[in-house]
Unconditional design. Structure first.
Length: 255
């Protein structure tokens, strides 16, 4: 997949492509080559043009466990740069591969000077949050983008209720900004705080697959931004894209 098509996939315009393209270098690697290892210093950001790469992490018994396989059109490496942390996984080529590479200095210069690049990274962050959910962990970026396009952004003020105890779970909620407190009624009718949700937390994911009732009430602690996916929208999306539904934890979600 050419770099211009990669940019189009993530909804960047041809003008934005012209502004970014000269910052990337082209790299070819051989099957078996390691792009980087878990624990390495983060220095680069990558787009995959061709080939397949394994994402692995060392288990407690010191064995490498493959977590995912990345292919053409996917990207990786931004987490270590954005959060200034060591690589959280090892990336190794399963086949000969071609990569577009963006160095750390260019990455942060684009982030400061190009609003479109910052918006792109915000959208990429949302895709990563979606993939962190057990419901969507087996989906590739192309499928996640389709789901992202159906998410509705809502804002809440401090004190607003997001979900109420006892109601049917009919939406998935992804907390982008702000915090929420969860509570339920005790035996004597008093309100009992049971926990807190921070940015990146999910509420109601399993309600998309099965009929369930909300176990708690979630109240916003401060002003918040939430992305929501209604069950009816999710069902319509799965009917249009059966390849996505086959990768979900429950394959018979329509039953």
């Amino acid at each position: 997949m050419e770099l211009e098509r990669l940019f189009e996939k993530y909804n960047l315009s041809s003008e934005q492509y012209d502004a970014f393209k000269d910052r990337f270098t082209f790299s070819q690697i051989q099957s078996g080559d390691t792009v980087f290892k878990e624990g390495d210093t983060a220095e680069t950001f990558y787009f995959i043009k061709s080939g397949e790469l394994a994402v692995s992490r060392q288990s407690q018994d010191r064995h490498e466990k493959v977590l995912d396989v990345l292919g053409p059109g996917e990207l990786f490496g931004e987490i270590g740069l954005l959060h200034d942390i060591q690589r959280t996984a090892t990336i190794k080529a399963l086949t000969n591969a071609q990569l577009y590479v963006l160095g750390k200095d260019d990455f942060f210069e684009l982030l400061k000077t190009e609003p479109a690049f910052a918006t792109f990274l915000d959208e990429l962050h949302i895709l990563r949050l979606l993939q962190d959910s057990p419901l969507f962990q087996n989906l590739d970026d192309e499928a996640l983008i389709k789901i992202r396009q159906e998410l509705q952004e809502n804002t809440y003020a401090a004190g607003d209720t997001l979900v109420s105890e006892g109601e049917i779970k009919d939406s998935l909620h992804l907390l982008l900004e702000g915090n929420a407190r969860t509570c339920s009624k005790g035996p004597d009718g008093n309100e009992i705080t049971s926990g807190y949700f921070r940015p990146g937390s999910y509420i109601g994911a399993q309600g998309l697959l099965t009929r369930q009732y909300q176990e708690y009430t979630a109240v916003m602690e401060d002003d918040a931004k939430v992305l929501s996916l209604e069950k009816k929208t999710f069902n319509r999306l799965m009917r249009r894209h059966p390849g996505i539904s086959s990768k979900l934890p429950v394959s018979n979600w329509l039953n």
